[in-house]
Design a protein around this ligand. Structure first.
Ligand SMILES: [Ca+2]
Ligand SMILES: [Ca+2]
Ligand SMILES: [Ca+2]
Ligand SMILES: [Ca+2]
Length: 447
């Protein structure tokens, strides 16, 4: 073994000397540039491996022959093939193949790399292109990577990966956009902005090279109505709201609308949430989130790429339009598109359909647990607790001044004194924008 190793070393050393004295010198120079190029994102790994092999082959004095044999093209140069152990042949002529009547070295010609007329791609995506051992070696411009390295005679594709839009290399090489709870994977400007399956949101969008986490935030599922918008099937729950508070990065109060610039925290009001009449923690995760002000509700919906229910078609619903099924998203859902409903479930009051005083819980109940508290009209089925349980903030305020504006809350709650009157879809309660109470929550809309 010792002997064999010694021989191998001698052969390489000898051939390197021989090559150094020939035209291979230039190629060696460009290869070195490849190694040093910090932009050779994809290239660096693959190219290093490739170049290592190339150097060895060249060292054997048979690079042209070896690659040519692989490509099955070259005739000239095969004479010094492999046997190449005969290092003494290093001084022989460079491999020569006739391409378009010209003698070329397929191992190093950028215009005929590995095969006649097989050109190494050179566009603004490639900083530098060379042909080494019959393989195109590209160092890439910033933002591009060379992942696929087709062998001749297949066409070269240069630095074919755009790191700003590639789903499998988004922002960095081999950094794929995750598929967890994802409806459609999307890479934009190196960020995974994938759209989500119903019930999930893509709140966290980590920058490369951190791994992507897909649609990581659980949110309420939605029902899409005939009017062309969607509404949460339930009030936003305590666990959903808490997951948003706990997200990374944490939601920032600095990105609120002007009318909410006074709002310094999205945490529930501590005095309210700490009250003995508000149940929280283990076993209460599916109760509606309460004790949050209008701005907290607004920020949450925006944070999960929805919006606080407002006007059909976009924006806030005018303060006086709370009973207009053509304008108010919330009201339209509650009356099943104006199907002459007074309550979500029909025209007549039913004492035990929804969580109100007549039901007797005297507190919130888990969302969706009152299974009759929904519409029976086709297209509107599956939206729960529009009457009762928690009141629901609406994007409908009497002004834009800030915390003292009065804003609508809808559907009343477990705690309203006259359920038959107060739990009608058409009743329009209101409170200050900065008000928080043990029976006020919210849900979101989209579209
Ligand atoms: Ca490529
Ligand atoms: Ca995410
Ligand atoms: Ca707040
Ligand atoms: Ca409700």
């Amino acid at each position: 073994m010792l002997c064999e190793r010694a021989v191998a070393v001698v052969v390489v050393a000898a051939s390197l000397c021989a090559c150094g004295g020939r035209t291979d010198h230039d190629r060696a120079g460009s290869d070195d540039a490849d190694h040093a190029d910090p932009n050779s994102v994809g290239g660096s790994v693959a190219d290093n491996a490739g170049m290592g092999a190339a150097a060895g082959q060249r060292g054997g004095g048979a690079s042209g022959g070896v690659e040519a044999t692989t490509a099955g093209v070259v005739t000239a140069g095969t004479h010094d093939n492999r046997g190449g152990a005969e290092a003494g042949e290093q001084g022989s002529d460079a491999p020569c193949t006739q391409c378009d009547g010209e003698c070329v070295d397929l191992s190093s010609s950028v215009a005929h790399c590995g095969a006649c007329d097989r050109e190494c791609v050179a566009t603004d995506r490639e900083n530098e292109v060379s042909c080494s051992a019959g393989r195109c070696v590209s160092t890439c411009a910033a933002g591009y990577a060379n992942v696929g390295r087709p062998e001749a005679p297949a066409a070269d594709d240069g630095c074919e990966v755009n790191l700003s839009t590639s789903l499998d290399h988004c922002g960095a090489l081999h950094r794929a956009c995750a598929s967890a709870h994802v409806r459609e994977r999307i890479c934009e400007e190196g960020l995974c902005t994938s759209s989500c399956e119903d019930g999930w949101a893509n709140q966290s969008r980590p920058a490369a090279p951190a791994p992507d986490d897909g649609c990581e935030l659980p949110v309420a599922t939605m029902v899409c109505l005939p009017e062309g918008y969607c509404i949460d099937s339930t009030e936003v729950t305590q666990s959903q709201y808490q997951a948003w508070l706990d997200a990374t990065p944490a939601p920032s109060t600095s990105e609120q609308i002007a009318a909410c610039s006074w709002n310094e925290s999205f945490e529930p009001d501590s005095g309210c949430f700490g009250g003995s009449d508000v149940h929280k923690g283990t076993g209460w995760e599916n109760h509606p989130m309460v004790c949050i002000d209008w701005c907290d509700a607004y920020a949450y919906c925006r944070g999960v790429e929805k919006r606080l229910c407002g006007k059909i078609g976009g924006g806030a619903d005018a303060y006086g339009d709370y009973g207009n099924a053509e304008l108010s998203q919330w009201y339209n859902a509650c009356v099943s598109g104006g199907a002459n409903n007074t309550y979500p479930y029909g025209t007549e009051y039913e004492a035990d359909a929804c969580n109100d005083r007549d039901h007797g819980a005297l507190s919130t109940v888990p969302v969706k647990s009152m299974t009759d508290c929904q519409s029976t009209v086709s297209g509107y089925v599956g939206v729960y607790d529009l009457s009762g349980n928690a009141k629901e903030w609406e994007d409908s305020c009497a002004g834009h001044a800030g915390q003292t504006d009065h804003c609508r809350h809808r559907g009343c709650s477990f705690d309203c004194e006259d359920p038959e009157l107060d739990l009608r879809c058409a009743s329009g309660g209101n409170a200050r924008r900065d008000y928080a109470n043990h029976d006020i929550g919210f849900r979101c809309c989209a579209g």
